[in-house]
Ligand binder design. Structure first.
Ligand code: ATP
Ligand code: FE
Ligand code: MG
Length: 337
C-alpha cells in the first residue's frame, strides 16, 4: 500500500509518499529553522502561519516527485500529536480536506510513533530494504520534547518503562547551547563545537537514577551553568568546545548505559534509537561501540521531524485496521502508550 504522510507538529512542514511502510517514493520538507533562529526557539504563532503558507505546496510537490496523483495512494496519514496545537491543526485540516475530496481513508498518527517507525525506512542511498527491526525491541526515544524508554513487544504495542523527570535530552542540548552562546538548534551546534573539544576537561554529573528507568538532565544543565559562570570575568576564554564535548559525553554516557541495562533486564532482542537527538554522532557511535545486540538507528535524514516517518507509522496502523473519523481532532499532549 502507498501512504501519503503529512507532518506539521512543530517547525517543519513535510509531506511524503511511502510504499509498504518502508520505501520512500518522495519526501519534501520545508523547514522554518532560520525563521525561528532569531527567537532562539520555535515561536508558535509564526510556526502556524508558516505551515498555512506552505502545506499545500509541500503536499503537491511530494505527489509530483512520486509521479502520482491522490488517486494513486491508498490512505492519508497525518500527525495528530503531540506538538503545538496551532501547528498540528494545519496539517490535520489539510489532510481532512484531501480525504473528503478524494474519498481516501484518513489515518491519524502519533508523532512519537512516527519517530519509532523512522527506523523501518530504507535509507535514501540504499538499493535493497535492510532487515526490519525485530521484536521485542528496547526503544530509546530522544527528541526535543521527549526522552523515554519503551519496550516494544510487537507492532504498535508499547510498554513505557520510564522517562525524563525534567528536561528532555534535546531540550538540554538546546538550553546548554544557549548558555554557551551557540546558535539554535542547539544539538547540531554542540555536536560541531564538541568535535574540537576535550570531553574529559569537565567532570559533569551523570544522573543515573539507579533502580528506575527514568532520566534527569536538569542537574547536568546546572553544572554547565556553574562552569560558565566561573568565566564571567573572562568571557573571551570560555572553553566552549571543551564544555560542549564534556556535556555531550555526559548525556551520551547516561543514555547508552541505561538503555543497554534496560535491554538486558527485559531480554530485548534488539535496540531501537529514534527522535531528533538520535542524529547525534557521539550517541550513534556510543551505541554501536557498546551494544552487544543489534542497534536500529534511522538514517540521519529521518531523525528530525519529517513526513516519511508519519507515512511509515500510518502504514502499520492502516494495515492493522486503524482508520480515523473525519472529525478527528488534534491531540497536543498525546503520549506513546
Ligand atoms: P518531539 O519529537 O519530542 O515532539 P521535536 O519534534 O521538537 O520534539 P525533534 O524534531 O524530533 O523534536 O528533534 C529536535 C531536537 O533534536 C532538538 O532539541 C535538537 O537540538 C535535537 N538535535 C537535532 N540534531 C541533533 C544532534 N546532532 N545532536 C544532538 N541533538 C540534536
Ligand atoms: Fe519530533
Ligand atoms: Mg523539529
Amino acid at each position: 500500500a502507498r501512504i501519503l504522510g503529512i507532518e506539521s507538529s512543530c517547525d517543519e512542514t513535510s509531506a511524503a509518499v511511502i510504499a509498504n511502510g518502508r520505501e520512500p517514493l518522495s519526501i519534501v520538507t520545508a523547514t522554518q529553522i532560520e525563521m525561528h533562529a532569531q527567537f532562539g526557539g520555535v515561536f508558535p504563532e509564526v510556526a502556524s502561519r508558516q505551515h498555512i503558507k506552505t502545506v499545500y505546496g509541500v503536499i503537491e510537490q511530494a505527489l509530483q516527485q512520486a509521479h502520482m496523483s491522490l488517486s494513486d495512494v491508498d490512505a492519508i496519514a497525518v500527525t495528530l500529536g503531540p506538538g503545538l496545537a496551532g501547528s498540528l491543526v494545519v496539517g490535520v485540516n489539510a489532510a481532512k480536506g484531501l480525504a473528503v475530496a478524494s474519498g481516501l481513508p484518513l489515518v491519524g498518527v502519533n508523532h512519537l510513533e512516527g519517530h519509532i517507525y523512522s527506523a523501518w525506512l530504507r535509507p535514501p542511498e540504499m538499493a535493497d530494504l535492510p532487515p526490519a527491526p525485530q521484536f521485542p525491541l528496547l526503544a530509546l526515544l530522544v527528541s526535543g520534547g521527549h526522552t523515554e524508554l519503551n519496550l516494544i513487544t510487537n507492532h504498535l504495542e508499547y510498554q513505557r518503562l520510564g522517562g525524563t523527570l525534567d528536561d528532555a535530552a534535546g531540550e538540554a542540548f538546546d538550553k546548554v547551547a544557549r548558555l554557551l552562546g551557540l546558535p539554535y538548534p542547539g544539538g547540531p551546534s554542540i555536536q560541531e563545537a564538541a568535535k574540537n573539544g576535550n570531553p574529559r576537561t569537565f567532570q559533569f554529573p551523570r544522573s543515573m537514577l539507579e533502580g528506575t528507568w527514568n532520566f534527569s538532565f536538569s542537574g547536568l544543565k546546572t553544572a554547565v551553568l556553574r562552569a560558565v559562570q566561573n568565566f564571567k570575568n573572562d568571557p573571551e576564554n570560555l572553553p566552549v568546545n571543551d564544555l560542549a564535548a564534556s556535556f555531550q559525553t555526559a548525556v551520551v554516557d547516561v543514555l547508552v548505559s541505561k538503555t543497554l541495562a534496560a535491554a538486558k533486564a527485559y531480554g530485548a532482542k534488539e535496540i531501537l534509537l529514534a527522535g531528533g537527538v538520535s542524529a547525534n554522532a557521539a550517541l550513534r557511535e556510543g551505541f554501536r561501540k557498546h551494544s552487544p545486540i543489534k542497534v536500529n538507528i534511522p538514517d540521519l535524514s529521518y531523525c528530525t521531524d519529517n513526513a516519511a516517518m508519519i507515512a511509515a507509522a500510518g502504514y502499520f496502523r492502516f494495515v492493522a485496521g486503524h482508520v480515523s473519523d473525519l472529525d478527528v481532532d488534534v491531540l497536543p499532549n498525546l503520549s506513546l502508550s
